[in-house]
Design a protein around this ligand. Structure first.
Ligand SMILES: *Cc1c(COP(=O)(O)O)cnc(C)c1O
Length: 425
């Protein structure tokens, strides 16, 4: 009976054999980029397949293999790979030139669209990434409160310099962080008059698609009100859950919100915004003393793309359809997992979910400590072998290009993969 490790080794050999060109390009990439890539999360064992083109919900690699894309660029690819309104807006913006070194009109449109959608955002500023948006929001909270401590959740990911999981420590931005367990309302009793902000996702995304309980969200709001700390919702991922984000769905409002990923239709993007009296720190006319730099903050491509994505594609209706499709896929997967003897469970909200190799339940990253890593890698390869791409760590985010038909294919492939793995056990 082969172990998961032995099966995984065989699956990786099968993977490598079918992808000679990706292997060759990986070796070439590795001489000029450490690890052969410039975005660590894209690492795949034994080497990543290299994408040649993408269209709709399909990826094609340099060896000519195709995959249905259930990863959706870790949620940044919400619109699919060739959303026509975004393409048209970007082309048309480029006709008028770029790198203005001056303000223009699309940034107003993009800002109006953001402010009109998200209930707690009265004013907004743009950045180039979600990481930058969170760094700016944290500094803004420190400035506003005159305090230094920042409360975050263990295992959370808030950007390249704000990762609170295993291995994140060395690159952590040097703030005075205090970590608490996610969904643990009692742990919030440590939030006192020294805390500038709590930075938290209303569903932990990269940390494992773990939803916050309603009680926890209310406890966060209450502790912030009592202590004078600002509540910052990182909605870089979760803002897709409705036109007004997950905050609109839950009704619990933060003081500041950070955004990123899909909102500029797949172009470089980040934003932070919220209460006007807090954002006034950047407004000299209201006595604000902070400056916020960023050469590409209002770059014409992202601003045009964001305007088109927000006004033409991300309607309440299309987002709620996608939400329902995701809920249905997750429950079908869990039904399947319950009939299997393998330790598998899917968690998530709406169109984002994660497959974990534990028995569950999962209410925080601490419940994932005993995940079966070998089974997870094996499942990734068995699904890829069946033409379904999602993250090696089990993360799935549906794009608008995924229809019910692709979800059926996914569930069938999963059933088949589970059978293949179990039969070899
Ligand atoms: C991806 C992500 C970020 C970082 O955004 P980048 O644009 O990659 O810097 C921050 N917070 C959350 C929740 C994310 O998922």
């Amino acid at each position: 009976m082969p172990t998961f490790t032995e099966q995984r080794t065989a699956a990786e050999a099968r993977y490598a054999e079918k992808r000679p060109l990706s292997k060759e390009l990986f070796d070439r990439a590795s001489t000029v980029m450490p690890g052969g890539s410039t975005r660590s999360v894209l690492d795949v064992q034994p080497f990543p397949f290299r994408v040649a083109s993408a269209s709709g919900c399909q990826l094609t690699d340099v060896d000519g293999l195709t995959y249905i894309d259930f990863l959706g660029d870790y949620s940044a690819g919400l619109l699919g790979h060739d959303p026509a309104p975004v393409r048209a807006a970007v082309h048309s913006a480029l006709e008028n030139g770029w790198s203005f070194g001056g303000v223009h009109t699309d940034e107003i449109r993009a800002a109006e669209a953001v402010v009109n959608r998200f209930p707690s955002i009265e004013q907004v500023r743009f950045t180039n990434s979600g990481t930058e948006a969170n760094l700016m929001a944290l500094q803004l909270a420190r400035h506003h409160t005159g305090r230094d401590r920042i409360v975050v959740c263990d295992g959370a990911y808030h950007g390249g310099l704000l990762y609170f999981g295993h291995g994140g420590e060395a690159l952590l931005a040097p703030f005075d962080f205090t970590r608490v367990n996610y969904n643990d309302s009692e742990a919030l009793s440590i939030v006192d008059g020294s805390v500038a902000a709590i930075l938290v996702e209303p569903m932990m995304g990269a940390g494992g698609c773990i939803p916050a309980s309603r009680e926890y969200l209310e406890a966060l709001r209450r502790r912030c009100d009592e202590s004078g700390a600002l509540l910052i919702f990182d909605e870089v991922m979760t803002s897709r859950m409705s036109a007004g984000g997950l905050q609109q769905r839950t009704g619990v409002m933060p003081d500041l919100t950070t955004l990123g990923k899909y909102l500029a239709g797949g172009m470089t993007f980040g934003a932070f915004g919220g209460r006007s009296d807090v954002m006034a720190a950047f407004d000299p006319a209201r006595g604000g003393t902070l400056t916020h730099g960023g050469t590409f903050n209002n770059n014409v491509v992202s601003m045009a793309a964001a305007t088109a994505a927000l006004s033409e594609m991300l309607s309440e209706e299309s987002l709620s359809q996608l939400f329902v499709r995701g809920e249905s896929l997750r429950s079908r997967l869990n039904e399947l997992f319950q009939t299997s003897t393998l330790p598998l469970v899917a968690t998530g909200v709406g169109s984002m979910m994660a497959i974990h190799t534990v028995d569950g339940p999962v209410s925080g990253p601490q419940d994932l400590e005993h995940s079966d890593h070998e089974l997870k890698q094996l499942l990734f390869h068995e699904m890829l072998h069946r033409g379904c791409y999602f993250a090696p760590r089990g993360f799935i985010s549906l794009s608008l290009a995924i229809a019910d038909e692709q979800c059926d294919i996914f569930v069938n492939a999963m059933s088949d993969a589970i059978d293949a793995i179990s039969a070899s056990q």
